[in-house]
Design a protein around this ligand. Structure first.
Ligand SMILES: C[S@@+](CC[C@H](N)C(=O)[O-])C[C@H]1O[C@@H](n2cnc3c(N)ncnc32)[C@H](O)[C@@H]1O
Length: 354
């Protein structure tokens, strides 16, 4: 059977689910990641505009991601790697089906380290941690590396020990856990890049459904690595959010080490939004474009249950905080949540006045 994603045709084998992670198998294809690949195509158009030419889809499966880049992004030279020989065969079939030229490779990603690319994409089963070092070794300066993590429960603190083992960081359950999880992932990637004297900066990162996704700009040099790790620190929930730098004193309840800097570059989101055709991509990019670039978000329902008051409309909360001279916005992390530079006392006051 032949399916379609974006402007690209794709051979379909067996069952595929519209939600959640897929099941490991030959010729793996998960339609639930369609939005993620729509955004990937948009990001790769941005990367081409920044001078990127050579793109690697490092863990290709059916090759849908790389083939979409080859088919939908002008000026991209695409290489697709896949360790599984059955899936490797399907990559070649999918390339022929779309009449695009891609270089299909059938290797362990970690054996490709001597090759150089302007963009490396790591979309694994579960955690990208085992591939991060190889990916950064392969990216040229001023290039980009992109990672998916579907082990969201681990990063969000459901499996604390696994988070410590994979990412060397302590997660936090409860309010804010999605942003903490994304920041742990980014922090881990930045620290891994820094071990190679590389500065890595997140330029587009988000949480959606069962996964996190991060795109980082790569800059070579120990100085760049030092600058990037300046943004590694700790976050704690203690009557509002508290943020500390890596070397600063703190008590015991802190999540991290994690990224405490900006998660997105607004010019990247703007470029992608203006180019987006699918409604689902536009919707996410619109919210992300309005979102304040500060850690962390507050959940309206939790505040109301704490204050024992009915939950007001989120737009009214944001208006009320703005009236008082604070910055406030929605966040893509949750429909129920908002970001603000107001402290907890001011937030509670705003709720009580509504
Ligand atoms: C989640 S799937 C990739 C999905 C694909 N990027 C997409 O958008 O549909 C992960 C793939 O990585 C492959 N893989 C696992 N370990 C690998 C390795 N060390 N080197 C190359 N490929 C590997 C698996 O066979 C599997 O097909």
């Amino acid at each position: 059977m032949i399916g379609r994603e974006g402007k690209t045709k794709i051979l379909l084998y067996g069952d595929a689910r519209d939600k959640g992670p897929g099941t490991k198998r030959d010729r793996f294809y998960n339609p639930a990641m369609g939005l993620d690949r729509d955004l990937c195509v948009l990001f790769c158009s941005y990367a081409v505009k920044q001078g990127c030419k050579k793109f690697l889809d490092g863990l290709g499966a059916t090759g849908v991601r790389g083939i979409r880049i080859a088919n939908e992004v002008q000026g991209a030279e695409v290489h697709i790697n896949e360790i599984n020989p059955v899936s490797y065969g399907v990559i070649k079939k999918n390339a022929a089906l779309n009449n695009v030229s891609v270089n299909a490779i059938n290797e362990d990603l970690r054996s490709l380290c001597r090759n150089k690319y302007d963009y490396v994409d790591i979309d694994p089963y579960g955690s990208p941690a085992p591939y991060a070092l190889a990916a950064f070794q392969m990216v040229r300066g001023k290039g980009f590396a992109a990672f998916t993590a579907t082990d969201k429960a681990t990063l969000c603190g459901v499996y604390e020990r696994a988070c410590i083992r994979r990412y060397g960081a302590v997660p936090m359950r409860g309010e804010g856990m999605k942003e903490i999880g994304l920041r742990i992932l980014v922090g881990f990637l930045v620290r891994t890049a820094a071990t190679l004297d590389i500065g890595a900066y997140p330029v587009f990162s988000y949480s959606h459904d069962h996964y996190f996704r991060v795109y980082l700009r790569v800059e070579k040099g120990a100085k760049k690595g030092n600058e990037a790790v300046e943004n590694i620190g700790w976050i704690c929930r203690d009557n509002g959010w508290k943020v500390r730098k890596f070397g600063e004193e703190r008590g015991k309840k802190w999540a991290g080490p994690l990224w405490i800097g900006k998660l997105n570059d607004s010019s990247v989101i703007k470029f992608m939004y203006e180019k987006a055709e699918s409604e689902r991509a536009k919707k996410l990019l619109e919210i992300m474009g309005q979102e304040l670039q500060i850690p962390m978000y507050y959940e309206s329902s939790r505040i109301c249950s704490w204050l024992k008051i009915p939950q007001p409309k989120l737009s009214r909360v944001i208006e009320k905080l703005a009236e008082k001279g604070f910055s406030a916005s929605r966040t893509h992390f949750s429909e129920d949540a908002f970001k603000t530079d107001a402290d907890m006392k001011e937030i509670e006051r705003a709720f009580e006045r509504l």
